[in-house]
Design a binder for this molecule. Structure first.
Ligand SMILES: [Zn+2]
Ligand SMILES: [Zn+2]
Ligand SMILES: [Zn+2]
Ligand SMILES: [Zn+2]
Length: 233
């Protein structure tokens, strides 16, 4: 089945491909109107970073965060929406500097590794690319770029501007929509076929909109990002 790598702009609700989304978000009139409104009501403003995060090309998100937020807050967000299975270590690499949680591995702690309690604005600037790794065993890699900066106010810690739409997979047995990924035989299975599946139901993990799908018992949290249910702001 052909899978379209596209997502919806959460301001004007138009659909764009991964390749054209960045350009659209920088020009979206509805987004600009909302920001102007927020700016008019804001008691104080701060620098806001527009960051694109992507993983294995199929999974991507455009987000905005207060640039005075810490890398830990970005780490928490990535874990919550995409990655967290059982509390593995993670690390950012930005301009050749590694950022990690200081408490987790004090043995190997040295001056080359910085703390993830650094602020975004102290670790990166517009145009910088950086990488993030979750779980150093069966790792999931995320590539990121700071796309733009603006002065404004956000009413949420992380605002999702756009995200890849969930992919639809066919059951390898009957062709209906698959709901699980069998980690034993690495095939996709629908609800009807699951009961008779030769590997049993224990080895099956739900299909989720995450680059962590199928890894290390990842089951995700389907309700975290309510926009996947097509709600408007
Ligand atoms: Zn738009
Ligand atoms: Zn795990
Ligand atoms: Zn089936
Ligand atoms: Zn199987």
């Amino acid at each position: 089945m052909e899978q379209k790598n596209q997502g919806i702009c959460r301001f004007c609700l138009e659909t764009f491909s991964d390749a054209t989304m960045t350009r659209h978000l920088l020009a979206c009139k509805t987004k600009k109107e909302r920001e102007a409104q927020e700016l008019a009501n804001a008691k104080s403003t701060y620098p806001i970073y527009h960051i694109k995060v992507s993983s294995y090309r199929d999974y991507w998100m455009h987000i905005e965060m207060n640039a005075t937020s810490t890398l830990r807050e970005l780490d928490n967000f990535l874990r919550k929406i995409w990655l967290e299975c059982c509390g593995h270590l993670s690390m950012f690499t930005i301009n050749d500097v590694d950022y990690q949680d200081a408490d987790e591995d004090s043995e190997s702690w040295d001056s080359i590794i910085e703390s993830i309690d650094n602020r975004l604005m102290d670790a990166m600037k517009v145009g910088d690319k950086f990488s993030y790794e979750y779980d150093f065993g069966t790792s999931t890699d995320v590539e990121s770029k700071v796309i733009a900066e603006r002065q404004g106010a956000l009413d949420e810690p992380v605002r999702i501007l756009a995200r890849n739409s969930p992919y639809i997979y066919e059951c390898s047995e009957c062709g209906r929509q698959a709901i699980v990924f069998c980690t034993e035989c690495e095939c996709l299975v629908c609800e009807e076929c699951l009961a008779d599946h030769e590997c049993g139901e224990e080895m099956a993990l739900p299909i989720v909109n995450s680059p962590r799908m199928g890894e290390c018992g990842y089951i995700g949290d389907l309700d975290f990002d309510t926009f996947s249910h097509q709600e408007k702001y």
